[in-house]
Design a protein around this ligand. Structure first.
Ligand code: NAD
Ligand code: TYD
Length: 339
């Protein structure tokens, strides 16, 4: 099969590219990325040794280039990871989130229709459901939970999901959507909680915890997310949505304390800062549909996964130093100017 992975130089896209090359050596893998601040070709360095791998730099919003490319390539499956993905940046400047996450998805689906792509898979997020109260520990997002996005980021992802369903019903495009909880693992850009805290702790810098640190996220190792997407895009039913999550809810403060403990750093580095605007309280996924219908099950438990992840960041100091210079420094100084 001929598979296009968009957003392949980002965190989950690069992990997914390795997953596909390893698990499906019979397939041809084309990785596409615009290489924005979050995209890094170094993430795909290890893919070059696979003869079935190639990379192209392209903007998913650039209709002419996308059409010319699709005409030439004859893709069977397109899996779309390309997105602006950081909630805090979406609060600072929403517009690019709408253009990449909504218009970019539309252009890709138009190309799929025009050039006969057999399956379009949209990588979405549990954030499209909004949030759950902190107190109700037995409530979860199911695929039937109404979309109720809170941030410009999640609103743009929800809009894209609605458009995917509209293309499925109106034009008959063969589609699937997966909605996963928060991921952690190698190659995550250090504007997100876990790599940011590891990097700051390592350099004895303050660890900025929003509000009281009691917001809850449902963490899944990126490998398990990739395994779920692989199943859904190959075996999922046309027009269906699948939630992906491993029932691993943690308060932010507890994640931060775990990182400090693993790195043998003092809790005095924790610095409480102003809360995020509109901060979602709790995410929690019910993954029973993907477990039941596609036989998916996570392999990582959080204790093992977080240890391995911390070690990975410690072993990849040069990777971290390269991306935390330049644009990252400007963002960090603006975002965390009060600490
Ligand atoms: P990321 O920001 O690390 O990667 C996004 C990639 O998309 C980058 O490589 C970037 O260069 C590329 N990109 C951005 N705009 C583009 C454009 N116009 N054309 C082509 N490429 C473009 O994000 P991530 O964390 O890897 O997330 C990937 C996808 O998974 C996103 O759609 C996100 O909504 C979804 N998701 C993420 C999580 C999570 O915890 N990180 C959880 C669930 C779902
Ligand atoms: P993040 O990694 O941005 O993912 P998302 O907002 O998409 O869930 O943030 C995870 C949680 O950590 C979220 O509740 C916000 C919080 N957070 C902090 O407390 N401090 C930080 O510096 C960052 C980046 C996040």
């Amino acid at each position: 099969m001929n598979i296009l992975i968009t957003g392949a130089a980002g965190f989950i896209g690069s992990n997914f590219t390795y997953y596909e090359l390893d698990k499906h050596p019979e397939d041809r893998i084309v990785a596409l990325d615009l290489l924005t601040y979050a995209g890094n070709l170094k993430n795909l360095e290890g893919c070059k040794k696979y003869p079935q791998f190639s990379f192209v730099k392209m903007d998913i919003r650039d209709r002419d280039s996308i059409y010319k490319f699709f005409e030439k390539e004859n893709f069977d499956i397109v899996v779309n990871f390309a997105a602006e993905s950081h909630v805090d940046r979406s609060i600072m400047d929403p517009e690019v989130f709408l253009s990449t996450n909504v218009i970019g998805t539309e252009v890709l689906m138009d190309a799929c229709l025009k050039y006969g792509v057999k399956r379009f898979h949209q990588v979405s997020t549990d954030e499209v459901y909004g949030d759950l109260p902190l107190e109700t520990k037995d409530s979860f997002f199911t695929e039937e939970t109404p979309l109720h996005a809170s941030s410009p980021y999640s609103a743009s992802k929800a809009a894209a999901d609605l458009l995917v369903n509209a293309y499925n019903r109106t034009y008959g495009l063969n589609t699937t959507i997966s909605r996963c909880s928060n991921n952690y693992g190698p190659y995550q850009f250090p504007e997100k909680l876990i790599p940011l805290m590891i990097n700051n702790a390592r350099h004895d810098r303050p660890l900025p915890v929003y509000g009281k640190g009691i917001n809850i996220r449902d963490w899944l190792h990126v490998y398990d997310h990739c395994a779920g997407i692989d199943l859904v895009m190959r075996k999922g039913k046309n027009g269906e949505v699948y939630n992906i999550g491993g029932h691993n809810e943690k308060r932010n403060i507890d994640v931060v304390k775990t990182i400090l403990k693993e790195l043998d750093k003092p809790e005095s580095l924790i610095t409480y800062v102003a809360d995020r605007k509109g901060h979602d309280l709790r995410y929690a996924i019910d993954p029973s549909k993907i477990e039941r219908e596609l036989g998916w099950k996570p392999v990582y438990d959080f204790d093992t996964g977080i240890k391995e992840t911390i070690e990975w960041y410690l072993d990849h100091e040069e990777w971290m130093n390269e991306i935390t210079s330049g644009e990252y420094l400007r963002y960090y100084e603006e975002m965390y100017k009060d600490i």
